[in-house]
Ligand binder design. Structure first.
Ligand code: GLP
Length: 260
């Protein structure tokens, strides 16, 4: 796992956006894994800037989102499929239907989960997956206790996650209780994982993810099992890492040709 601590959000976003843009130039039909939450937003802005400058195209790419609330009507402004449309898809040149998310607006949730797994597989799997981390260590909506081998399925949100996400809804009670999320096993199959976190509220979760034991108690710790993970942090989110100095040394000494 590569841990990179950079004070400027623009630098962190540029590293992630450049990695995605390089991938799209090498492989225009690449499959992107998109995340919601505030952490990836600067990456989307950086990608839109590259697109506006004519430096990248999404015309042949496909994308899959990580998760979705159950029971929000498809057009609800907080449905994650809408959020991704607003923040990225509608701002670049994805082909119609190229961006997909789990269908949370259905009477048959198990069928929607199976369908999503098979859609990802048929697309050839995800090349690069953006991630954030919840303050309780959740990845996508895999709450503590999630099987490290889990696949796309329904989950119940913890009170902590519902409280964290209440800021997007009119009233805390409006935050749905159930979600469909890619499983930890699903996420581990993406070929490159890029996780962004900032702020002291994430410091404990980040330390448990990077340096703690691999445990369902911190779902993020499953990333230790993946061969290609890049973690982009600000100093506050890196605040509880024991090996911070070492990570900085590695980053400073990294050959420029290596990329992330
Ligand atoms: C939600 C999303 C996660 C995201 C988390 C943290 O729970 N399902 O994918 O990582 O929020 O969001 P933020 O980046 O806003 O802190």
């Amino acid at each position: 796992m590569e841990v990179i601590v950079l004070s400027e959000v623009s630098e962190r976003a540029a590293l992630a956006a450049d990695a995605i843009a390089d991938l799209l130039r090498r492989k225009p039909s690449a499959v992107l894994g998109l995340a919601t939450g505030s952490s990836p937003l600067p990456v989307y802005d950086a990608l839109v800037a590259l697109y506006d400058a004519g430096e990248v195209s999404f015309a042949q790419a496909r994308a899959f989102t990580l998760d979705e609330y159950v029971g929000l009507p498809a057009g609800h402004p907080q449905a994650y499929r809408q959020v991704i449309d607003r923040e990225l898809a509608s701002r670049v040149d994805f082909a119609p239907g190229a961006v997909r998310g789990p269908n949370g607006d259905t009477d048959d949730v198990p069928a929607a989960c199976t369908q999503y797994e098979s859609d990802i597989e048929s697309a050839g799997g995800v090349d690069v997956q953006l991630l954030g981390i919840g303050s309780d260590g959740h990845l996508a909506f895999n709450e503590p206790g999630s099987s490290l081998a889990s696949r796309t399925r329904v989950k119940t949100l913890t009170p902590q996650t519902r409280a964290d996400n209440a800021r997007f809804f009119g009233h805390p009670d409006d935050v749905p209780r159930h979600v469909i999320t890619q499983g930890l096993g699903t996420i581990l199959q993406a070929r490159h994982l890029v996780l962004l976190a900032s702020g002291g509220g994430k410091a404990a979760a980040v330390a448990a993810m990077v340096e703690g034991p691999v445990s369902a108690s911190c779902p993020g710790s499953v990333l230790q099992l993946h061969p290609h993970v890049t973690v982009l942090l600000d100093a506050a989110a890196a605040g509880e890492l024991r090996l911070r100095e070492y990570y900085d040394q590695v980053w400073r000494g990294k050959p420029a040709w290596q990329g992330i």
